[in-house]
Design a protein around this ligand. Structure first.
Ligand SMILES: Nc1ncnc2c1ncn2[C@@H]1O[C@H](COP(=O)(O)OP(=O)(O)OP(=O)(O)O)[C@@H](O)[C@H]1O
Length: 358
C-alpha cells in the first residue's frame, strides 16, 4: 500500500515521550528475551549504536527499522556477542552476550545480510557442517537437514555445490541454517531481499508461523515495510545509532494522529454539498474529496456509521465506507519525515534531528 502523507491535527504531540506498549510487551512477570540498557558501540567512523534501551518479549516479532547505516546490523551483532559493546549492557535469554557469546549463539539463529555460506560445499554439506558445530547427533542432524532442504524448496539442489546458486537459493539455505537447531530467538537481517515473490511469500509465512505457532521470538531487520507490518507486533526505529521510536504501530499512530481515517466511496468525488453534510457531523475531523468519493477521518469508528446514514438520508448513494487504519508503513514514513532521515552527507554533518518518540 502506498504511504499516506502524515496527517497533522491540532492537539497531537509528536514529542510523545514514553508510550503504552500493549500486547506481547505487556506480559507482567515474564522476563524479556532481550533487554538492553544504554548499549553503545563506536567505530572509528563514529557511534554506530548510541545508548540503546530496548526490550523484546518471548514470542514477539520486533521489526528493527531504520535507513542504511542506522545501526540495525550492529545491534544484532552485539546481541549475539559477535561484537563487544563500548558501553551499556545486554541480556539475551538471560545471558550476557559480551561474556557468554557462545552460549547465546547456541540458542539463537542468525540470518545475516551476507549469508556466509561455503561455496565449495553442497547445500547439504553446508547445513551438516553447521549441525556438527552445534553438536547435533548425526542421525538427528540428517533428518533435520533433509526436512529443512525440503521445506525451503532446496531438495533438488541438495547435493550441488553452492557456488553458482542464485541469491534466492543462497538466502533460503541461509535461513535453513539459522533454523537448524530450532532456536528460541531468531535474528533475521533482510530475510527476503533477493527472493522472488513466491519465495518471499513462503518466507514471510514461515516467519509468522515461527512466532505465532511455535512461540519463537524474532528480531526482524528489513527495508520492506509491508512485510514488517504483516509480521511485527512492535516496531523500533533507529536513526544514526539512536532509538527514535518504539512501540506497537497502532499506539505510535495514535500518538501521531487523531482519529481513524476511512474511505467513503460515492458515485463521484464528494462535492461541496456532500463535504458540508459530512463536516457538520459531530466527531468528523476531516473530510476531503477523492477521485471516488471522500476521505473522512472520524474520532471513533461509530461516527463513520453516522456519516453513511446522513448521506443515505440525503439521497446520496454510498457504495462503501471502509476504515483504513494507519499501517506500520504510514507510521515509519511519518517518523522519517519528522526526523529528516537524510544521510550524514546530505544533512551536512552532525546536525541532530529533533526527537520524535522514544
Ligand atoms: N565493522 C565496522 N567497522 C567500521 N564501521 C562500521 C562497522 N560496522 C558498522 N559500521 C558503521 O556503523 C554504522 C551502522 O552500521 P550498521 O551496519 O549497523 O547499519 P544498518 O542499520 O544495519 O544499515 P543497512 O540498512 O545498510 O544494513 C554505519 O555508519 C557503518 O558504517
Amino acid at each position: 500500500m502506498a504511504a499516506r502523507p502524515p496527517v497533522h491535527h491540532s492537539g497531537t504531540d509528536p514529542g510523545g515521550g514514553a508510550h503504552p506498549e500493549g500486547g506481547a510487551a505487556d506480559r507482567s512477570g515474564v522476563p524479556p528475551a532481550i533487554r538492553t540498557e544504554q548499549l553503545t558501540r563506536r567505530f572509528p567512523s563514529g557511534v554506530a549504536l548510541d545508548a540503546l534501551d530496548l526490550e523484546v518479549y518471548p514470542g514477539e516479532v520486533l521489526a528493527l527499522l531504520g535507513p542504511n547505516g542506522a545501526g540495525k546490523t550492529t545491534t544484532i551483532r552485539l546481541l549475539n556477542g559477535v561484537l563487544s559493546p563500548d558501553g551499556g549492557t545486554a541480556s539475551v535469554l538471560g545471558l550476557d552476550p559480551a561474556v557468554d557469546g557462545h552460549a547465546v549463539r547456541q540458542r539463537t539463529g542468525v540470518l545475516t545480510e551476507n549469508a556466509g555460506l561455503d561455496d565449495r560445499l553442497t547445500a547439504r554439506e553446508n547445513l551438516e557442517a553447521v549441525a556438527r558445530v552445534r553438536g547435533m547427533r548425526p542421525p538427528a542432524a540428517r533428518r533435520r537437514v533433509d526436512e529443512l532442504l525440503d521445506r525451503f524448496g532446496m531438495g533438488d539442489r541438495a547435493d550441488v555445490a553452492v557456488q553458482g546458486a542464485s541469491t534466492g537459493q543462497r538466502k533460503r539455505l541461509a535461513l535453513a541454517r539459522a533454523l537448524l537447531h530450532d532456536p528460541e530467538l531468531l535474528f533475521l537481517d533482510e530475510p527476503t531481499s533477493g527472493l522472488d515473490p513466491a519465495a518471499t511469500r513462503d518466507v514471510v509465512e514461515l516467519i509468522g508461523s515461527l512466532a505465532s505457532e511455535h512461540g519463537r521470538t524474532v528480531v526482524l531487520c528489513t527495508h520492506f515495510l509491508g512485510e514488517a507490518g504483516r509480521l511485527a507486533d512492535r516496531m523500533a526505529v533507529l536513526h544514526r545509532g539512536r532509538l527514535r521510536a518504539s512501540g506497537r504501530p497502532a499506539d505510535l499512530a495514535a500518538e501521531m494522529w487523531q482519529g481513524v481515517p476511512a474511505r467513503v466511496e460515492l458515485s463521484a468525488p464528494a462535492d461541496a454539498r456532500v463535504l458540508g453534510l459530512i463536516r457538520r457531523i459531530d466527531g468528523v475531523l476531516l473530510a476531503d474529496p477523492t477521485p471516488d468519493g471522500a476521505r473522512v477521518d472520524t474520532l471513533h469508528r461509530d461516527v463513520l456509521a453516522r456519516v453513511v446514514r446522513t448521506l443515505v438520508e440525503a439521497g446520496i448513494e454510498v457504495y462503501a465506507a471502509t476504515p483504513t487504519p494507519y499501517t506500520l508503513e504510514d507510521v515509519y514514513f511519518a517518523i522519517e519525515e519528522r526526523l529528516g532521515f537524510e544521510t550524514p552527507e546530505e544533512s551536512g554533518g552532525d546536525r541532530e534531528p529533533a526527537e520524535v518518540v522514544s
